[in-house]
Design a protein around this ligand. Structure first.
Ligand code: FE2
Length: 286
């Protein structure tokens, strides 16, 4: 049974969040919700998350799952906030401890941060089946952008996370810790082995040449036209392109606050004894 899909585009981070729902039972899953963060002031707002909440309440939906495709490095997740407001289980891929372990070291988090995935309510294995009301969904392990990326398939719709993007944008970077262009290529080919009419829903869009934001393509469109991974590009060419391109990319503006929040399932770092929560900035010397 095809799901109902409602997208929400955050123009600040280029992120698309989704509410996927079953009209019959009123059950829904939220995918990759955004928490608004102003890096100049440190101020968090819930404007984006509240748009999802308004929709969910208007449609009288019950949240069963809050699904993260991965620990995002470009926006903060509102999973924790939304769980407190609406309920549901926060889930991510079962390789997330590898990401937590890496960033525990980067941010010198100390013994109170245990990198075992317990910040999330559920960790999906590859090919694991789960339900949203009467909808049947499948979690797919698609590492490469990070070592713990997942995609989520609902019938003929796949939420691809950070693997590929719209055909004119290409693919996700693979240079974060634990990222790997070879794995990313394999993961993308796995997604593109689905039937040609399969609908693909992006996690991001960075529209080039003034085109309007878009987030839905098909396997056939990506195989024919994706500028990085169309069918005539082999693995070696892709890896060389990806590595060369990644060497030119800046760190995402929200990298450091995003990671510190998202490895905690959308919870900001614990308050200090003055009641204030802080992000850390590791200083690097050239
Ligand atoms: Fe990402």
């Amino acid at each position: 049974m095809p799901p109902n899909i409602n997208p929400f585009f955050d123009s600040v981070t280029g992120t698309i969040s989704y509410v996927v729902y079953d009209e019959l039972t009123g059950s829904c899953a939220i995918i990759d919700p955004v928490l608004d963060y102003d890096p100049r002031s440190g101020r968090i707002r819930t404007t984006s998350a509240d748009k999802l909440t308004d929709f969910i309440q208007l449609q009288q939906l019950t949240v069963e799952w809050i699904l993260e495709t991965h620990a995002h490095a470009d926006h903060l997740s509102s999973a924790h906030y939304l769980k407190n407001r609406l309920g549901g289980k926060i889930a991510i891929g079962d390789n997330i401890p590898a990401v937590q372990e890496t960033f525990k070291k980067v941010f010198n988090l100390g013994n109170e941060f245990i990198p075992d995935g317990h910040h999330f309510d559920y960790l999906f294995a590859d090919e694991e089946i789960f339900n949203v009301g009467k909808l049947t969904a499948k979690a797919l392990f698609v590492p490469g952008h990070t070592p713990a990326d997942m995609a989520y398939q609902f019938d003929d719709a796949v939420f691809v996370g950070d693997t590929l993007f719209m055909p004119d944008v290409g693919t996700a970077r693979a240079d974060f810790p634990g990222g790997d262009a070879h794995n990313l290529y394999r993961s993308i080919r796995k997604i593109l082995s689905s039937p040609s009419e399969t609908r693909l829903f992006m996690c991001h869009d960075y529209p080039p040449n003034g085109r309007a934001p878009a987030w839905e393509s098909t396997v056939a469109e990506e195989r024919a036209h994706n500028i990085h991974v169309h069918d005539c590009i082999d693995e070696e060419v892709f890896i060389n392109m990806r590595n060369e391109r990644d060497a030119t990319l800046e760190a995402p503006v929200l990298l450091l606050p995003s990671i510190q929040t998202n490895i905690r399932a959308g919870e900001t770092p614990p308050q200090e004894d003055n009641g204030v929560s802080y992000f850390k900035i590791p200083i690097k010397m050239d």
